[in-house]
Design a protein around this ligand. Structure first.
Ligand code: FAD
Length: 346
C-alpha cells in the first residue's frame, strides 16, 4: 500500500491526481433575477417537459439542442404530478393505480446544467406534496446547488374538476412561496433545527394576463398574485397569450396593485391545426380575431404552423421593442418552431 510521508506531500499528490482525472469544475447557478439585473437587452429563456417514462435523456436533449446557440439565460423544466389509470386484473376487475408519466424534474435540471452549462429552473407544485415532502424536494435542489424554483399550485388531478391539496399540503401557491421564503431565512419545519443553514432560492410564480380560470374576476386574481409576491416571490412568468395588449394591460394593473417584480411574458406558437381549439380550451386564453381569421383559412398543420410562427415573430418583436426583461418560450416539444421565431425576432 502506498504511504504518504507528510500532509504537504499528500496535498501535492492530490493536486497532480486531479489534473489527470480531469475532474469537472464546480458549477455555480445564477438566479433568474440576477440574469435580468445584468441584462443589456431582452433575454431569451424556454421551458421543456421531462421525457415520457421509457425514453432516455437524449430525447430531452434533442429538444434543447436546436435552441442552445441563442444563448438561453435559463431553461425551465416542468413538473408533472401523478395520474390515475385503471388496470384490468386477471379476475376481470379493474384496479385504480397511480402512475407518473414524466418524472425526473430535478435530475433533468442537473443533467441540463451539466451538459450545457445553462442555468435551470425546476418547477415545484403543491399538488401531491405534503409540506414535509416539499421541504425534502427543496433540499434536493439546494444540495445540487440549484437556487431557482418556479412555485406553482398545479392543476386538479386529471379527470377531477377541483384542486384538492394533500393532507398537510398547500392549497395555494402563496403558502408554498411562504414555505420557501422561510427556508431562505433558515427556518425549517422541524422545530428542533436551530440555526438551520438558510437556502437561497430565487422564487418565480405564475401570472395570468387573461385571468386564472378559477378566479372570479381579474381583480381578485391580481390580489392573489400580490399575496404570492408579498410572501416572497421575486418574479412572475405569465401564462401564454396571443394578444400583446393583454400583457401590457396586465403589467399596468400589476404595477397599480403594488406588484413591482419583473413580469416575464410567456409565448407559445401555434404549430398544428389542433391548437386552434386546444389552446383556448386548455389554457383559457383567447385567439385574437385577426389570428383566428388567418388560421381559419389553413387546410394543413404545416400552413397553421406558418401562420403561428409569423404571429409569434410579430409578438416577440413588439415585446422586445417595449423592453420586456426576458421572453419565455413554451416549447411543448416544438423547439424547431421556437428556433425560427428567435432567429427572426431577436
Ligand atoms: P395559485 O396562485 O394558487 O392560484 C390558483 C387559483 O386560486 C387562482 O384562481 C387564484 O386566484 C386562486 N387563489 C390563490 N390564492 C387564493 C386564496 N388565498 N384564496 C382563494 N383563492 C385563491 N402546472 C403543473 O402541474 N406543472 C408545471 O410545471 C406547471 N408550470 C407552469 C408554468 C407557468 C409559467 C404557468 C403560468 C402555469 C404552470 N402550470 C404548471 C399550471 C398551473 O399549475 C395551473 O395554472 C394552476 O391551476 C394554478 O397554479 P398557480 O400557481 O397559478 O396557483
Amino acid at each position: 500500500m502506498r504511504k504518504y510521508k507528510s500532509p504537504r506531500l499528500c496535498l501535492n499528490l492530490v493536486k497532480i491526481d486531479s489534473k489527470f482525472l480531469n475532474l469537472p469544475k464546480i458549477r455555480t447557478y445564477l438566479k433568474v433575477t440576477e440574469h435580468i439585473a445584468g441584462a443589456k437587452s431582452t433575454l431569451f429563456s424556454f421551458e421543456v417537459l421531462p421525457s415520457l417514462k421509457g425514453r432516455d435523456i437524449q430525447d430531452l436533449f434533442s429538444g434543447v439542442d436546436p435552441l442552445i446557440e441563442f444563448n438561453p439565460s435559463f431553461i425551465n423544466v416542468t413538473y408533472h404530478r401523478e395520474e390515475f389509470v385503471f388496470k384490468k386484473l386477471s379476475n376481470g376487475l379493474h384496479e385504480r393505480r397511480s402512475t407518473r408519466k414524466r418524472p425526473g424534474t430535478v435530475s433533468i435540471c442537473a443533467a441540463i446544467k451539466n451538459k450545457y452549462g445553462v442555468d435551470t429552473v425546476p418547477h415545484l407544485i403543491c399538488g401531491g406534496f405534503s409540506r414535509d415532502e416539499t421541504e425534502s424536494a427543496l433540499l434536493d435542489m439546494h444540495y445540487l446547488g440549484m437556487n431557482n424554483v418556479l412555485a406553482l399550485r398545479g392543476d386538479p388531478v386529471k379527470g377531477e374538476s377541483i384542486f384538492v391539496p394533500e393532507r398537510d399540503g398547500h392549497a395555494h401557491a402563496s403558502t408554498l412561496v411562504k414555505q420557501i421564503s422561510e427556508m431562505n431565512n433558515g427556518n425549517y419545519l422541524d422545530d428542533e433545527i436551530v440555526e438551520g443553514i438558510p437556502t437561497d432560492f430565487c422564487i418565480g410564480v405564475a401570472g395570468y394576463p387573461e385571468k386564472h380560470f378559477e378566479a372570479q374576476n381579474l381583480k381578485t386574481d391580481l390580489r392573489h398574485l400580490k399575496e404570492k409576491v408579498d410572501a416572497g416571490a421575486h418574479y412572475i412568468v405569465t401564462q401564454l397569450f396571443f394578444d400583446n395588449q393583454k400583457y401590457f394591460a396586465f403589467v399596468d394593473a400589476c404595477r397599480k396593485s403594488g406588484i413591482d417584480v419583473p413580469i416575464i411574458p410567456g409565448i407559445k406558437p401555434i404549430t398544428t391545426l389542433k391548437h386552434i381549439q386546444f389552446l383556448p380550451k386548455t389554457f383559457y386564453i383567447d385567439l385574437p380575431e385577426a389570428l383566428a381569421d388567418e388560421l381559419e383559412k389553413c387546410k394543413t398543420s404545416e400552413q397553421a404552423m406558418q401562420v403561428g410562427i409569423e404571429w409569434s415573430i410579430q409578438q416577440v418583436k413588439e415585446l422586445i421593442s417595449h423592453g420586456v426583461p426576458c421572453i419565455h418560450f413554451y416549447t411543448m416539444g416544438k423547439s424547431d418552431a421556437v428556433r425560427r421565431i428567435v432567429k427572426a425576432a431577436y
